[in-house]
Ligand binder design. Structure first.
Ligand code: ZN
Length: 323
């Protein structure tokens, strides 16, 4: 009996030692994997950081490239307008040296200056950030008439427009003509949807609107005058344009053509609302933007400013649609 007890307790001890050995063995076996997993997680973090940094470098490079391209585009114009440019230099003697730095409301535009509103339709897009970078470089504010197309995947793009001090406007949620203009109820539902989305995402209770295709579009099956009334009944105002960059024509024109369309157009009017697009297939608009801004600032006594709730609209009266 005693000997049985002894051998039983020995067996238990041996068994315990065996378990210890197995546990130690297992620990040794899995520890490299655990260490590898930690290393991998760290590596991922570093990768993300590298990506972020290279993204930043890309943006800086892009701004530099765009500025060089702008300088090149403007060189040709400079030769033609050398005399005008000399006259423009006298503007610096005026009390306001660079009106763009201080004017954000049309009522503050100095006498003798033109007002130019740069507007971008159909965004936000993969180019919104780059457009905002260019605008920042020149200290200029613009207006973005947005759709809800990126609402689900990139709500942060809408926020960025507002956070960086620009005007966000409504341009319809779906931007599908047959749907938006099917009947008055469908139009109102779409308008409410984009209004509420902007409010929820950016906190802006938006009052400014641009009809898809403009108020002069020929695709609506509802009388546009009825829809204009509906927009007004909600306390909103709609804005068309009197200068088109024609960046939505097919084939999409190159940057030089877009620059020329805008700069020659704004030269004709005391007040210009310029139609441009912020869309994934319209990189030439991004390329054209620096030269557009420099061209407006150089060849005109002009102030570039964003549309606000007090901005007097430009509305089409039977002008053919371009969008
Ligand atoms: Zn549009």
């Amino acid at each position: 009996m005693n000997e049985d007890n002894l051998s039983a307790s020995r067996r238990r001890r041996v068994k315990r030692i065996k378990v210890y050995l197995v546990v130690i063995f297992l620990l040794l076996l899995i520890s490299p994997s655990v260490i590898s997993i930690f290393a991998l997680v760290n590596l991922r973090g570093l990768d993300a950081k590298i990506e972020e940094l290279s993204d930043r470098v890309d943006r800086i490079e892009l701004t530099y490239i765009l500025k060089s391209e702008a300088a090149a585009s403007l060189e040709a114009m400079d030769e033609e307008t050398a005399i005008e440019a000399e006259v423009e230099e006298d503007v610096s003697l005026a009390p306001i040296e660079r009106a763009e730095d201080i004017v954000f409301d049309e009522r503050d535009v100095p006498e003798g200056y033109k007002s130019v509103y740069l507007t971008f339709d159909d965004g936000p897009s993969i180019y919104t950030s780059q457009i905002l970078d260019v605008l920042d470089t020149y200290g200029v504010k613009a207006t973005f008439f947005v759709t809800g197309i990126q609402a689900k995947n990139h709500p942060e793009w809408y926020k960025e427009i507002v956070d960086r001090g620009h005007t966000i406007g409504m341009h319809s949620y779906s931007h599908i003509y047959n749907k938006v203009y099917a009947d008055e109820a469908a139009f109102e539902q779409d308008l409410d949807q984009i209004h509420d989305f902007i409010l929820d995402t950016t906190g802006v209770d938006c009052k400014v609107f641009r009809f898809p295709g403009g108020s002069s579009n020929h695709v609506s099956t509802v009388a546009m005058s009825d829809l204009c009334e509906l927009v007004h009944s909600k306390g909103y105002e709609y804005y068309d344009w009197n200068v088109s960059s024609q960046d939505a024509t097919t084939p999409i024109p190159g940057a030089a053509v877009i620059v020329n369309n805008v700069v020659s157009g704004t030269g004709k009017y005391e007040r210009s609302i310029v139609l441009m697009h912020d869309a994934g297939d319209k990189y030439s608009t991004v390329q054209a933007l620096p030269a557009i801004i420099e061209g407006i600032q150089k060849s005109d006594k002009a102030v570039i400013l964003p549309i606000g709730n007090n901005t007097e609209p430009i509305q089409h009266l039977g002008v053919s649609s371009e969008e």
